[in-house]
Write a protein that binds this ligand. Structure first.
Ligand SMILES: C[S@@+](CC[C@H](N)C(=O)[O-])C[C@H]1O[C@@H](n2cnc3c(N)ncnc32)[C@H](O)[C@@H]1O
Length: 282
């Protein structure tokens, strides 16, 4: 991805990420919405084109964010079992096509640019999706079934369909309620020979790209995201990743503040660390 200036979010995308998305039933934090919106805008600025879409759309909360960022000529795909909930083996969400379509209309997303695929992702391969949207994926969210088999399956679909500078957003990797998502990602990376590697972590999203291609996005996010959301630069699967988090608990608010950052580097701060940890009940 060639380097240029920082992206600016289109008005409709910014408004939806900041507030509109909360009017749609589903699961997406404001921070995660902003990370995804920034990646999409960075792609537009840098001439990365393709399709966008999601496996597991529920009522469209995250999907609408992707669709609002469509560039001229691009299309979006929505894969969900919708009425066939007997295939929802881990009972994650419950897609409802009527509500999904109502929500598209509420946020002025034209259905002409959307391909809806009503099926379990286990029964779908990438060429079927590409035939419906006409291009490799530049932004692909995975939030369907949360078993290890389905997660590895969905990552394989994304891997097969991702544009060279595409980004995959995997839900619930660190959610202790769904440990098989992390098992599925480890299977993709360590067993199946999958090519998707992480570059950023949000409240509940793991962002992946092809090896070497995540670095530019990581730099965009690190510069654009306000410091109170920044946690640390670290590594995962041998790749540099940046961790962002909404500081909800007092301990996070304190730790992610500028003064705490400075203190932890100072000898006094280092000496006080065990006491502070005890006071905060860590
Ligand atoms: C957690 S919800 C998705 C939430 C959504 N991404 C949002 O923005 O709020 C999971 C969705 O995946 C769908 N689903 C579950 N198993 C699936 C499968 N095997 N293939 C496709 N969709 C599936 C469910 O019907 C449900 O709509």
């Amino acid at each position: 991805m060639p380097k240029t200036t920082q992206p600016t979010l289109p008005d409709a995308v910014r408004q939806y990420a900041e507030s509109g998305q909360r009017r749609v039933d589903g699961w997406l934090s404001t921070l995660d919405a902003e990370l995804i919106a920034l990646v999409s805008a960075a792609q537009s600025v840098r001439g990365v084109t393709g399709s966008v879409g999601e496996i597991g759309v529920h009522h469209g909360r995250l999907f609408i964010l992707l669709a609002l960022g469509l560039q001229p000529g691009e299309r979006a795909f929505a894969v969900d079992i919708f009425g066939e909930q007997q295939h929802n083996v881990d009972r994650s969400g419950e897609g409802d096509e009527a509500r999904f379509r109502q929500n598209l209309a509420r946020f002025a997303v034209s259905e002409d640019r959307i391909a809806i695929l009503r099926a379990s992702s286990l029964a779908i391969r990438w060429p079927e999706i590409e035939a419906a949207v006409g291009a490799p994926a530049r932004l692909f969210s995975i939030d369907g079934g949360h078993t290890a088999t389905i997660t590895a399956n969905d990552l394989a679909i994304a891997d097969a369909g991702l544009a060279p500078d595409g980004v995959v957003v995997l839900d619930d990797y660190f959610n202790t309620e769904f440990p098989e998502v992390s098992q599925g990602m480890c299977q993709h990376r360590l067993v199946d020979g999958g090519q998707l590697v992480p570059f950023a972590i949000g409240d509940n999203k793991l962002m992946l790209a092809r090896p070497g291609r995540g670095e530019a996005y990581r730099a965009v996010l690190a510069e654009a995201v306000p410091p109170r959301f920044f946690v640390r630069h670290t590594e995962m699967f041998g790749q540099a990743v940046t961790v962002f988090r909404t500081p909800r608990r007092l301990v996070h608010r304190i730790r992610q503040s500028e003064i705490a950052r400075r203190l932890t580097r100072h000898p006094i701060g280092k000496a006080l660390k065990p006491i502070v940890r005890r006071v905060l009940g860590e």
